[in-house]
Structures are given as structure tokens and as C-alpha cells.
Design a protein around this ligand. Structure first.
Ligand SMILES: [Zn+2]
Length: 343
């Protein structure tokens, strides 16, 4: 296939090694998906398309490091709810959608990201049911949008109601609505492995492993995720300490692991260079130090803007502590919907 050359000309091209406050004007010559050269007044012979970027800043594409496309159609709903209650509404809403709805929410979210300059999105997707058909719809929609995706359908084996206090006092119908059915570990890990083979990583598609959160996964599930990540050389993403309530859950339910979700993940073999902990607003200094131990230096914290408002001061403190410890990479993610930022 003949190659296609594109010239982006006359923009201020951001260079981290150069003047970051007033980047120099330059042209960028691209062949297919590779940048051939950056410089002043590049020749435009054999160029198929010229894009005039004068008066604009040209930067590398932004990366949305934490995102859920299943929440796109929930935007603007349940604005004032704390996370624990918000999840009880939105998790069922994201499940069992039609193929058209799944396609629409994936495309809408992808296009919004692109409009904001985001060219890579890490979609930690709550896909229900977890099957080939729904997966195909998501993969096809991302290809259609043209955005790069690090795709990680979430897995868990402890149902949502497992984290609800006094759950046994709720009527059976309410328990069922909130989600009281565990999922098979083997079926979910087999599903992931099957998808890695059906849609091999390449081009704009990448895979990752996403146990929902440590408190929603038994040790066997987390170990299975760690093994799969090693086998396919993949990153792992999981939610950790999004709210104060989750700290209480850790102290109470994980007393055997020092009351710490970080210790729990360490003890079952998930803590390591592949692991990215998401939100992590209420992580303690002691836990950061534990993550900073030798061989765990690549763990990162996604400090999402959805940590904003109520949780921002704590989020900032967390990121500062992590940076001081000299090991952590902080990233920025955009909230899937506004309600998600309120807790
Ligand atoms: Zn999330």
C-alpha cells in the first residue's frame, strides 16, 4: 500500500527540552503513523495533506489513565450521592445493555476524549454480560473512532452487595437488584484469555487486566489476575481506597492483612511493577512506603480529576507523599461523569 504523507505546518510545537512557555514555530512531517521529522519550513513535496496549525499549540496526544465507558450514559444522574450509594445505582444501569447502547456509549465517550485532545484511553469496562458479542461491539467502536485504547474488562468474584453493611436485613429483591451473585473466577479469566486471542493486541488496541478492587476479589481471583498478567505481559489496574468507607472496610475485613488493601495485594502476589492503583485517595504513608520497596518501583497512582472537590486536598497530599517517596508516577484521568466526582 502506498504510504501517505501529512504535513502539519506553522504551529507552536511543544518541546519539553525547549522553551515550554513559548514553544518555537515548526512543521511536522508524518508518514502513515510515524513522525519523520520536526523542524522549520519542511519541504512539502510528495505531501498528500497539509494541515495549517498556525496560531495553535501542537502537543502529543493526552492519555486518559482511568475511565469507564459504561458510565458515559449515566452522565448527569445522581449528582449528589456519595460513591458507595452512587455505585448501587450506576452499576446495574451499566449492565445488560443492548449492543446499540454499548456501541453508542463507547463511541460517545471516545469522541468526547478526542475532542479534548485525548488520543489514548484506559477503559476499565464493566462489561455485563462478559461475552464475545459485547466485546466485539466495544473493540469495533474504538476502531471506528480511531482512538487508542488500553482495554480491560473488569473482573471480580465478590458481588457488589458484599460491601454493603447489614446486607442481610435487606429484602431479597433489593439484594438481587444491588447484585448478589458471585461470578466464576475460571470463567472470567478464560473469557479474558479468549479475547486476547480473538483480538490480538496491535495497532490502536492494547489489553490490560482489571480486578475491580481488592475488596471485591478473593485471593484466588487476584492470583489468577497476576498470573494472566505475567503470561501475557500486561499491566494491571485496580481501584484502591476511593473513599473513607473503603478504608473502614480494609481495617475491618482485612484485619489479617494489617487492615490494609496494599498488604492484602502484596500478600497474594499482585503488588509489583505491573500494578497501577487507581484513585487511591486515602492511601497511608506506611502503605506508600510498602509499595516503594525494592522491585515495586513502577507502581503508579492515577490521581483522577474525579478525586476533585471533596477529595482533592487528600488526593493532593497523597500524590505529594508518593512523589516525596521517589517512586510513584502520578497520572491524570478525566471523570466519566460529573456525579463520579462527588464523594
Ligand atoms: Zn474507576
Amino acid at each position: 500500500m502506498p504510504s501517505k504523507r501529512t504535513l502539519i505546518c506553522g504551529g507552536q510545537v511543544y518541546d519539553h527540552e525547549g522553551d515550554v512557555h513559548k514553544p518555537a514555530v515548526a512543521d511536522i512531517l508524518i508518514e502513515d503513523d510515524k513522525i519523520l521529522s520536526v523542524g522549520a519550513n519542511l519541504a512539502s513535496d510528495d505531501v498528500h495533506e497539509v494541515i495549517d496549525a498556525s496560531g495553535r499549540l501542537v502537543v502529543p496526544g493526552l492519555i486518559n489513565a482511568h475511565y469507564h465507558s459504561h458510565d458515559v450514559l449515566c452522565r448527569g444522574l445522581f449528582e449528589e450521592l456519595p460513591l458507595e450509594i452512587w455505585l448501587l445505582y450506576t452499576l446495574p444501569m451499566g449492565a445488560d445493555r443492548s449492543k446499540d447502547e454499548v456501541r453508542a456509549r463507547t463511541l460517545v465517550g471516545a469522541l468526547e476524549c478526542l475532542r479534548c485532545g485525548i488520543t489514548t484511553v484506559q477503559d476499565m469496562l464493566g462489561l455485563s454480560p462478559l461475552n464475545d458479542e459485547q466485546t466485539d461491539v466495544v473493540v469495533a467502536a474504538y476502531r471506528e473512532a480511531g482512538i487508542r485504547v488500553v482495554f480491560s474488562p473488569m473482573v471480580w468474584d465478590i458481588p457488589p452487595i458484599g460491601m454493603v453493611r447489614h446486607k442481610d436485613s435487606l429484602p431479597p429483591a433489593v439484594q438481587e437488584m444491588l447484585g448478589n451473585k458471585p461470578r466464576s473466577i475460571r470463567d472470567q479469566l478464560d473469557y479474558l484469555e479468549h479475547q486476547f486471542k480473538r483480538h490480538p493486541a496491535g495497532g490502536t488496541l492494547h489489553w490490560a487486566i482489571a480486578p475491580f478492587a481488592p475488596q471485591r476479589c478473593t485471593p484466588k481471583m487476584l492470583q489468577g489476575c497476576a498470573e494472566l498478567a505475567d503470561k501475557y505481559d500486561l499491566a494491571v489496574y485496580t481501584h484502591v481506597y476511593e473513599t473513607r468507607g473503603q478504608v473502614l472496610i480494609a481495617r475491618e475485613l482485612f484485619a489479617d492483612h494489617d487492615g490494609s488493601l496494599i498488604s492484602y495485594m502484596d500478600n497474594v502476589g499482585l503488588l509489583g511493577p505491573r500494578l497501577n492503583i487507581v484513585h487511591s485517595v486515602w492511601i497511608s504513608r506506611r502503605e506508600i512506603d510498602r509499595m516503594a520497596a525494592p522491585m515495586r518501583a513502577s507502581c503508579s497512582i492515577s490521581s483522577a480529576t474525579s478525586n476533585s472537590r471533596a477529595a482533592l486536598p487528600q488526593s493532593t497530599t497523597c500524590a505529594k507523599q508518593a512523589c516525596v517517596s521517589g517512586w510513584v508516577a502520578t497520572t491524570v484521568a478525566v471523570p466519566t461523569c460529573r456525579a463520579y466526582s462527588r464523594r
